[in-house]
Design a binder for this molecule. Structure first.
Ligand code: ADP
Length: 595
């Protein structure tokens, strides 16, 4: 609905009021003027009638009507008044303006009737001849002969009418001028009122549109200035509160987004209300598209659906585990709690997800490790037990057999010792990995040569040549005994898997900000399917052969750990029948220390 402007609300009513007042005044003024004229004319007519009566009394009018008529005509001209003399029977005896003989009987004229009965009479009516309003005054007299006569004077009232009409016209003109003036004044006043209102409205609209920094100009009008001040104050409070809420929300948002735990809020219909980045990553969904959708639609997982239903179905917090199947199986620990609204009613649930895959893997590794260690230890222990029992059963009586058995027992004991030493070594490295190893700027050639020297005897026995190629100036921040151990393990394997006449090369080269220590052999090589696992504990390509060669299956695992505690890594490339290259990469500057 279109609303009227203030001007159009004010103007008509004010105009109507003014016009009504104007009409009232006009009517009253006209009435007063008319009455005044009537009174004055009436009074004058009476005076003239009495004056004329004096003269008429003196002559015998009935006997000499001509003389009376001449008198009337004379006096009528002098007094600018029509004078008529009438007999009681109504017959006109004389008239100042007409021939009395031609005039009609005047007996029915009310003023004549009144004069005859009461002595005088007055009337106002349009004259039958001129059709203009006339006032008549009639007076009863007796002339010298005792004849009763009625002297009537008459005057036109046109002047009174004229003055009243002129007054009305003037007042009407004034009314029009006033209406026009009023329109201008009303317009100015309404503009004066509405402009500040318009300004306040525009300002409020700007604030409503979100510009909370805007402040209204305070108008001069007391009422409006109070309104503007109140709005300004309200806006300032709103701004402050909004800032506070925004800051709190941003804080919450940052906490929510930065949480390592995945958090998903769902409503009672299982639609996602909020989901943080961690949860989106864990569940493999895009947070923008997931919002508002049913959780079952976004993540197809029976465990999760069951958990969500359980969390929504209770007012307690619930816990559970969810297995996510996919290219990589993942385990989540889920914690669900009811989501309450301001009134304390449950409107959904909040689910916190923790990825415990790594924990599960570690548990698995530990379990496998314990099984592997037990298995590795059991073989020599079973063997020792068997030979010892055989010896106790009497084999010791045969010195040759006893010596053979004892040699086997000694070998198994050595093996046990080797396994235990390697395990202790690994445990030590893991411990050092946590607290940090001691490193020093070392020329790499020394530990590498020491490793080669350690294996020289074994290599010579197999007719394998070990060559060390390391620039004497090449230094790195390392723990020398560990580097020697790693090189020795790699050389031991290389010699073990090389045939007579082959060469094993131990080289160290500098690359950008690291050094690469590699052991290259021309031995049996490793099939590609085994390559990813050779650094695992107790992993062997050929179990029987490795054991026969005295391997514990822990050598490469130790090498890998030595690389890790230095902040480096290991790698292998190999082809069956062509040999292998094991590489240890270490940062030149040594391991980076936490903190
Ligand atoms: P082991 O004590 O059995 O040698 P390692 O951890 O040192 O254990 O090695 C794991 C397995 O990797 C070995 O059993 C072997 O099959 C393979 N391997 C290691 N080094 C070589 C090599 N230079 N050439 C061929 N195979 C190797």
């Amino acid at each position: 609905m279109t609303k009227k402007r203030l001007l159009w609300r004010l103007y008509p009513s004010v105009l109507a009021l003014i016009l009504a007042a104007l009409f009232g005044v006009t009517w009253y003024a006209a009435a007063v003027v008319t009455r005044f004229f009537h009174e004055r004319t009436g009074h004058e007519l009476e005076m003239r009638a009495r004056l004329v009566g004096q003269h008429v009394q003196g002559i015998r009018g009935t006997e000499d009507p001509a003389a009376l008529d001449a008198l009337c005509k004379r006096m009528g001209r002098a007094a600018e008044t029509r004078i008529t003399v009438v007999l009681p029977n109504g017959r006109v005896l004389a008239d100042s303006e007409a021939n009395p003989a031609g005039m009609e009987n005047h007996a029915d004229r009310p003023e004549i009737e009144d004069a005859l009965s009461r002595g005088h009479g007055a009337a106002v009516r349009p004259s039958p001849t001129l059709a203009i309003p006339m006032m008549y005054f009639a007076l009863r007299i007796h002339d010298v002969s005792g004849q009763t006569l009625v002297v009537r004077t008459a005057a036109s009232l046109t002047q009174a009418e004229h003055v009243a009409r002129g007054l009305k016209i003037r007042i009407a003109t004034a009314g029009l001028v006033i209406a026009a003036l009023l329109a201008a004044i009303t317009y100015a006043v309404s503009r004066g009122i509405s402009r500040p209102i318009e300004e306040v409205r525009a300002g409020v609209e700007r604030i409503a549109a979100g510009d909370l920094g805007h402040r209204l100009h305070v108008p001069d009008t007391a009422e409006l200035s109070r309104l503007a001040e109140a709005i300004n104050e309200m806006t300032a409070r709103l701004d402050e509160r909004l800032r506070l809420i925004t800051a709190q929300r941003n804080e919450q948002e940052a906490v929510f987004a930065g949480m390592v735990e995945g958090v998903v809020a769902i409503d009672r219909q299982e639609h996602i209300l909020r989901i943080n980045r961690a949860a989106a990553e864990i569940l493999g969904v895009a947070p923008e598209t997931a919002r508002g959708k049913a959780i079952a639609e976004v993540v197809r997982n029976l465990d999760l659906q069951r958990f969500v239903s359980e969390a929504l179905g209770t007012t307690q917090s619930v816990e559970g585990e969810i297995r996510l199947r996919g290219a990589q199986e993942r385990w989540l620990q889920a914690h669900g709690a009811p989501l309450l609204d301001a009134g304390g009613r449950a409107v959904g649930a909040v689910i916190v997800l923790n990825d415990i895959t790594r924990l599960r893997q570690l548990e698995g590794f530990r379990r496998d490790f314990v099984a592997n260690v037990s298995h590795e230890l059991r073989t020599p222990v079973t063997s020792i037990k068997g030979f010892v029992e055989t010896l106790l059963d009497g084999a010791a009586r045969d010195p040759q057999a006893a010596e053979n058995f004892l040699k086997i027992v000694a070998r198994q004991v050595n093996r046990l010792e080797a396994i235990i030493n390697d395990l202790l070594m690994l445990a030590g490295l893991e411990q050092q990995g946590r607290v940090g190893i001691e490193v020093a700027e070392t020329s790499l050639r020394e530990p590498l040569q020491a490793a080669a020297d350690l294996l020289a005897h074994k290599a010579a026995g197999k007719k394998v040549e070990i060559r060390v190629e390391c620039p004497p100036e090449l230094t790195a921040c390392v723990n020398a005994p560990l580097i020697e151990q790693a090189a020795a393990n790699l050389l031991d394997n290389a010699v073990k898997f090389s045939e007579a006449g082959r060469t094993v090369r131990l080289t160290a080269t500098r690359e950008h900000d690291s050094v690469a220590i590699s052991v290259r052999d021309e031995g049996t090589g490793i099939a590609p399917e085994h390559l990813p696992r050779v650094f695992e504990r107790f992993y062997r390509v050929d179990k029987g052969r490795s054991r026969d060669m005295g391997g514990t299956g822990l050598g490469l695992a130790i090498v890998k750990h030595i690389a890790l505690v230095h902040g480096g890594g290991v790698g292998v490339s190999s082809a069956p029948g062509q040999g292998s290259v094991f590489t240890l990469t270490l940062p030149l500057a040594g391991p980076r220390r936490a903190g």
